[in-house]
Design a protein around this ligand. Structure first.
Ligand code: FMN
Length: 101
């Protein structure tokens, strides 16, 4: 039997009644057999600081670990000013920081 494909779902909105968070919740329920979606909340991720990239804050270290453990990442995000929200961009900046992925 082949192993489950692990998908990490990340919403680009922290809003309580966010349509994107609701969509991600629906995706976790609708995911086809053979795959799972676990979610990660971006609350508490501090603003990126390159001085800390070698020794990141605990929440960032957790995000990076969860990304490493996943086979794929599913971003579900609103558009903010013709781009992605700063919250999500910041998390991606931390995630791609040198030596840590
Ligand atoms: C600061 C800000 C910027 C936005 N910029 C855009 C935009 O460029 N294009 C767009 O279609 N909607 C834009 N919106 C609308 C959001 O995409 C919309 O409110 C969305 O539902 C927010 O996602 P959420 O429901 O998951 O919180 C913007 C909303 C905010 C608060």
């Amino acid at each position: 039997m082949s192993r489950q494909v692990r998908i990490l779902g990340i919403a680009g909105s922290r809003r309580r009644d966010s349509y994107n968070r609701a969509t991600l919740r629906a995706a976790t329920e609708l995911v086809p057999e053979g795959a799972t979606i676990e979610t990660f909340e971006l609350d508490g991720i501090p603003g990126f600081n390159q001085d800390e990239e070698q020794n990141p804050p605990a929440k960032v270290a957790e995000l990076k670990r969860r990304i490493r453990e996943a086979d794929a990442i599913l971003f579900v995000t609103p558009e903010y000013n013709y781009s992605i929200p700063g919250l999500l961009k910041n998390a991606i900046d931390w995630s791609l920081a040198r030596n840590l992925l």
